[in-house]
Write a protein that binds this ligand. Structure first.
Ligand code: NAD
Length: 255
C-alpha cells in the first residue's frame, strides 16, 4: 500500500473529484479527513465508504474561505489521527457570467474559495507539517484553466491561474522542509460541477470533439495521479502542474 500510516485531508470531498481522491487514499492505507461545507449526509456516506475499504476516516465541516474553519479542520485531524502528511486542496466553485455583467460580489466569492481558500489551507497545513519535522505533501486541484481561457468564467480562470504561481512559489519556500507542492489540472471530468453537460447532448458532442482521447474524464482518473503525487515514489517531484485532460490542451482543432 502506497500511503500506509499517512494522514490526509481532502477539502470538498463529500462528492466529485474530492471524494474519489479520499477513497483512493483510503484504499492505499491513509487515514482521511473528509472536509465538507454543507452536506453532512454525503460526507458521512463518504466516510463509511472509506471505512469499508479498511481505512480510518472522519468528516469535518469547514468552509475553506474561512480562516477559523481551516484552523479547526487541521486541529480536528491532528486530534483524531495524530499528524498531517498530505493536504489536498480540492474544494472549488464556478459560476459562469459574461465579464461585462459580472458583479464584484461574484468575483470575490470565487476568488475567496478557489484562491484565498487554497492559500489559507496551504499555510495552515504547512505550519503543521513543519512542526512535525518530517516533510509532507500539498496537492492543489487546479484546472486546465490555469493555462487556457474560458469565456464567461474570468474569476475561475484568474483563481486557477493564481494557483499556478502560488504553487510554484511556495514549492520553493517549503522545499527545505521536505514539503512538496504540486498542482493537478483536470480537463473535463464527469462530476456535479458540470452536470449541465449531460443534459445538453449537442454541447457534449462538441466537447468530445475537443478531447483527443475521445471521452470525458472520470474522478478516478484524477485520483490515481493524486495518489502517486502523495506517495513516497513522488518525493523528488515539486513545483509543477500535471494535467489530466485526455490531451485536450494539445489538440489542434481544424489545423
Ligand atoms: P464538485 O462541485 O462536484 O465538488 C466541489 C466540492 O467542493 C463540493 O463538495 C463542494 O461542496 C465543495 N466546496 C465548494 N465550496 C467550498 C467551500 N467554501 N468550502 C469547502 N468545500 C467547498 O466539483 P468537482 O468537479 O469535483 O471539482 C473539484 C475541483 O476540481 C474544483 O477545484 C474544480 O475547480 C476542479 N476541476 C474540476 C473539473 C471538472 O471538469 N469537474 C475540471 C477542472 C478542475
Amino acid at each position: 500500500m502506497q500511503l500506509e500510516n499517512k494522514v490526509a485531508i481532502v477539502t470538498g470531498s463529500s462528492l466529485g473529484i474530492g471524494k474519489a481522491i479520499a477513497m483512493a487514499f483510503g484504499k492505499e492505507g491513509a487515514s482521511v479527513t473528509v472536509d465538507y461545507r454543507s452536506h453532512p449526509d454525503e460526507a458521512k456516506e463518504a466516510v463509511q465508504e472509506i471505512e469499508k475499504v479498511g481505512a480510518r476516516a472522519i468528516s469535518v465541516q469547514a468552509d475553506v474561505s474561512k480562516p477559523e474553519d481551516i484552523k479547526s479542520l487541521i486541529q480536528k485531524t491532528v486530534e483524531e489521527f495524530g499528524r498531517l502528511d498530505i493536504m489536498v486542496n480540492n474544494a472549488g466553485i464556478e459560476e459562469k457570467v459574461p465579464f461585462l455583467e459580472t458583479p464584484l460580489e461574484l468575483w470575490e466569492k470565487v476568488i475567496s474559495v478557489n484562491l484565498t481558500g487554497v492559500w489559507l489551507c496551504c499555510q495552515e497545513a504547512a505550519k503543521q507539517m513543519v512542526s512535525q519535522g518530517d516533510g509532507g505533501r500539498i496537492i492543489n486541484i487546479s484546472s486546465i484553466h490555469e493555462e487556457i481561457t474560458m469565456p464567461t468564467n474570468a474569476p475561475y480562470c484568474a483563481a486557477k491561474g493564481g494557483l499556478k504561481m502560488l504553487m510554484r512559489t511556495i514549492a520553493v519556500e517549503l522545499a527545505p522542509h521536505g514539503i512538496t507542492v504540486n498542482n493537478i489540472g483536470p480537463g473535463a471530468i464527469e462530476t456535479p460541477i458540470n452536470r449541465n453537460l449531460k443534459e445538453n447532448p449537442e454541447q457534449m458532442k462538441e466537447l468530445l470533439g475537443e478531447i483527443p482521447l475521445g471521452r470525458i474524464g472520470q474522478p478516478e482518473d484524477v485520483a490515481s495521479l493524486a495518489t502517486f503525487l502523495a506517495s513516497d515514489a513522488a518525493s523528488y517531484i515539486t513545483g509543477s502542474t500535471y494535467f489530466v485532460d485526455g490531451g485536450m490542451m494539445r489538440q489542434s482543432g481544424s489545423l
